[in-house]
Design a protein around this ligand. Structure first.
Ligand code: ADP
Ligand code: LRH
Length: 459
């Protein structure tokens, strides 16, 4: 007997609703609805257009038709505040907004408790920026974005564990809110809802169960990695490249803290030991500034450009905010005035491959675990040039795909909760391997060339 589930997957650049049918043919996928995710700057603050995302979700669920359950995931860290009447207080603020500038640097190190890399936009720093606002004072509940959408569908509040682990407010060891850390920072513990775990039923939307999944998109993406065994690294490559390993225990050493590696909570009690690399964001911003030229065509031209001619340290926080990305790249990469779009694109992809190379090496060194392949999932898997460059830069085979690993991970957790998939991550990943297209890229060339380029990029 087949069962059908709907995954609502919101990325920073776009959202989609994907229907997954689990039956005699394994897993069949249908992306029934796609919509763009366009932030809005108003009153000097960059916001998410949460109502338009809600509309996209509802429209997608309508197109999906009757399903056995619904699961929701999105990008991490951002939240909405709910007042005592259940109303949303203001529009959720975008993690790339400048309100958190300087806050992390002025705060004591929290790594020993939360195990998180310091990113300026971790929820903890966003709340410190918002601490004195009337909205924060009035808030009854803080709901992370997928939990907010689930609340609108079901009326139930909660904080899904994998996404809660990105806030900086969770204790990496107990997997519960760290009440000491929260009160030491003068934040309000009472607005944080109880933690719930993937597989739990949150509530019902028009009679259909809404099930908690790995609601952090990266947690779901890693469930959807088609790996066999455990000696693999992953890159979840979209707006960000999340580069790392799956571990059983956190790594909290000084070296790990200094390298800014994070220990986020994964599905089934795993640790997502990874680093945020700037990802395809700089390319997305250039494409936006250039009026959305055809990407596959541009990538073909970029592939014909000389390799590693211009490289830059993409981890430089100067690339974080939106706007004038081309100008920043030209300046920092020393691109000549005559460099065109293909050269700029090649510079971004070479630099991204370099940054991924570094994170892959560090993840292995810091965890003491070496790997024999890299799984690259997400929209970046469609970029053959980037996949090949990543194989060349890392000296490891890259297995690219699935593109929709996040939605697949979301669907698999629902299917397991419904009893149509049995077992742990290995069993779920076997189903991905059997049903999804994966392209293998073998490493080529000379590591010395990449080493020299890394030095030129200042790393
Ligand atoms: P997010 O979840 O962060 O919104 P996605 O995983 O959806 O990101 O990936 C989006 C990225 O995928 C785009 O920015 C683009 O670089 C890449 N991409 C999408 N379609 C293609 C394509 N046809 N060829 C190459 N790259 C693509
Ligand atoms: C990727 C992602 C990443 C977070 C960032 C805010 O979409 O969830 O894991 O660090 O967005």
């Amino acid at each position: 007997m087949s069962k059908v589930f709907a995954a609502v997957d919101l990325g920073a650049s776009s959202g989609r609703v994907v229907v997954g049918r689990f039956g005699d043919n394994g897993l069949e996928l249908d992306v029934v609805h796609r919509f763009s995710n366009d932030p809005v700057r108003v009153g000097g603050t960059l916001h998410w257009d949460i109502l338009s995302l809600h509309r996209g979700m509802i429209e997608g669920l309508r197109k999906a038709g009757p399903v056995d359950s619904i699961g929701i995931d999105s990008w991490a860290v951002d939240y909405g505040l709910i007042d005592a009447s259940g109303a949303l207080l203001g529009n959720p603020v975008h993690y790339r907004d400048s309100r958190t500038d300087g806050i992390a640097a002025a705060t004591d190190d929290l790594y020993a408790v939360n195990g998180l890399q310091t990113l300026p936009f971790n929820t903890v720093y966003q709340l410190m920026a918002a601490r004195d606002t009337p909205q924060y004072g009035l808030a009854r509940h803080l709901l992370l974005v997928p939990d907010l959408l689930a609340y609108w569908l079901t009326g139930e509040i909660g904080a899904e564990y994998t996404n809660a682990s990105t806030t900086g407010l969770l204790d990496v060891r107990t997997q519960e809110w760290s009440l000491n850390l929260i009160s030491d920072l003068g934040l309000r513990a009472e607005v944080l809802p109880p933690v719930r775990h993937p597989g739990e039923v949150i509530g019902f939307h028009e009679g259909t169960p809404v099930v908690a999944v790995g609601s952090h998109d990266t947690a779901s993406a890693i469930v959807g990695v088609p790996a066999e065994g455990s000696d693999f690294a992953y890159i979840s490559c979209g707006t960000w490249s999340l580069v790392g390993l799956e571990l059983d225990e956190p790594v909290l050493s000084d070296a790990s803290r200094e390298a800014n590696f994070t220990n986020e909570g994964g599905v089934d009690g795993t640790i997502r030991y990874l680093r945020n690399v700037m990802g395809l964001w700089p390319l997305q911003e250039c494409l936006r500034e250039w009026g959305s030229p055809d990407l596959p065509e541009l990538l073909k031209e970029a592939a014909a450009e000389p390799g590693l001619a211009y490289v830059v340290d993409l981890d430089d926080p100067v690339f974080m905010p939106p706007g004038d990305m081309e100008g920043r790249l030209r300046k920092l990469a020393g691109l000549p005035a005559e460099a065109g779009r293909a050269t700029i694109t090649r510079c971004i992809l070479d630099s991204l491959a370099l940054a991924q190379r570094r994170a892959l090496r560090q993840a292995q060194e810091l965890s003491g675990r070496s790997v024999s392949s890299v799984h690259l999932v997400g929209g970046g898997a469609l970029n053959a040039l980037l996949c090949q460059l990543t194989a060349d830069a890392s000296g490891l085979p890259v297995l690219a795909g699935p593109v929709e690993a996040t939605a697949i991970g979301n669907l698999l957790v629902q299917a397991r909760a419904a009893g149509v998939v049995e077992g742990g991550l290995d069993a779920m990943r076997a189903l991905v391997r059997e049903t999804q297209r994966i392209v293998r890229y073998e490493p080529r060339g000379d590591d010395a060339v990449w080493r020299a380029a890394a030095t030129r990029a200042g790393r």
